[in-house]
Design a binder for this molecule. Structure first.
Ligand code: 13P
Ligand code: SF4
Length: 353
């Protein structure tokens, strides 16, 4: 049973009874090496506030034998300050199969925590805020998958990991933005059903020999970008390198110099070191890599994911302190969903060979 105070001040009051959260030189000294990785985007004043939380979380993690898996969209104080491992959805799913600790704190959204639980039914998986959802995961249910199967009999269902455990359980295999095209191309059937992201599916269809049919879901963050705006930015700054996530519309993807998963984006920018780039994705991506790429200028605009931004240092500490919110998946659904996730992991390992 969760007893999570609804107000941030209640959480803070409770935490301050157990942890030294008053900014001090001691905390600043203890986190000096971490701050150096993010001082281009976090001011000293802000770090004074974050440092006590970073110290408390890193100490508590050891006491509870916990590991923090963080998505690339976490804010820089989480990404650099407390994450033991960070990456895109595929990397996080693979990492979840390898962790030895008893507790996983998933710093990302709910479907990511569910995926970790599906792959580790015996471990405790925590998510610091239950409202960290996803517009894609919310757009389809298992009944929606059944509807698609009835419409396209015999076609395999490839579901994005951005789905609930029930939807994964109703699917043949999962995919992420890092392997979607290869997974679809590996299906034997000529027609392949993709759920729930219509734009990821259309972007895959543009490069695949398969007849890709899809569910009409979308990401509320990436659908905001328009090709018209990107063209206007490029006209103003002809040297600008535009890098997009495949949840953007095909028109936006056509305007981009490179399209890839969040880790693909990090790799492209690191390998190519453009003078000026615009990451057509969630805002924290640029902030998290800004320090390691001092010669790259990151142009705004970017869009925030309101779900990812539900995760804060404060609720991570509270989650680990109280061992809430524990993510649970019905064992039957979990066993069925695991087949779809594991099929993706196994197949994607053959792609990199
Ligand atoms: P990645 O798998 O590319 O990290 O994307 C996950 C996501 O939710 C993007 O919006
Ligand atoms: Fe979901 Fe979009 Fe947020 Fe990713 S960025 S978690 S797809 S709403």
């Amino acid at each position: 049973m969760d007893h999570f105070p609804s107000k941030p001040e209640q959480i803070r009051e409770e935490l301050s009874k157990h942890y030294d959260l008053t900014p001090s030189q001691k905390h600043i000294d203890a986190t000096k090496d971490i701050y150096e990785k993010t001082d281009r985007v976090i001011s000293k004043e802000d770090w004074n506030y974050f440092a006590p939380y970073v110290v408390a979380i890193n100490t508590l993690k050891k006491q509870k034998n916990a590991v923090i898996l963080a998505h690339n969209y976490m804010t820089p104080e989480i990404y650099h300050g407390v994450a033991d491992f960070f990456g895109d959805s595929l990397q996080l799913a693979i990492k979840a199969t390898e962790v030895e600790e008893d507790v996983i704190v998933q710093c990302g959204v709910h479907f990511m925590a569910e995926t970790s639980k599906i792959l580790n039914p015996e471990k405790t998986v925590l998510i610091p805020d239950l409202e960290a959802g996803c517009s894609l995961a919310e757009s389809i249910t298992a009944e929606g998958v059944a509807e698609m199967r009835a419409k396209y009999p015999g076609a395999p269902v490839v579901s994005y990991v951005n789905t609930t455990a029930e939807v994964k359980a109703a699917s043949d295999i999962c995919c992420t933005s890092a392997n979607a095209l290869q997974i679809v191309d590996a299906m034997e059937s000529d027609t392949v059903i993709m759920t729930p992201d219509q734009y990821l599916a259309q972007n895959v269809a543009n490069e695949s020999k398969k007849n890709v049919v899809y569910w009409p879901g979308s990401c509320i963050v990436h659908e905001l970008y328009t090709a018209k705006d990107l063209k206007a930015h490029r006209e103003l700054e002809p040297d600008l390198k535009i890098i997009a996530h495949p949840e953007c519309t095909p028109e936006v993807v056509a305007e981009a110099d490179y399209t890839g998963s969040t880790s693909g984006i990090v790799k492209w920018v690191t390998d190519n070191q453009p003078k000026k780039t615009m990451l057509v994705t969630e805002c924290s991506m640029a902030s998290n890599i800004a320090d390691q790429l001092p010669d790259v200028e990151f142009a705004k605009p970017c869009n925030m994911c309101p779900f990812m931004k539900k995760i804060t240092l404060e609720n991570i500490l509270y989650s680990l302190h109280t061992m809430t919110h524990e993510v649970k998946v019905d064992p039957k659904i979990s066993a069925q969903a695991r087949k779809a996730v594991q099929a993706m992991i196994d197949l994607s390992k053959t792609f990199t060979k």
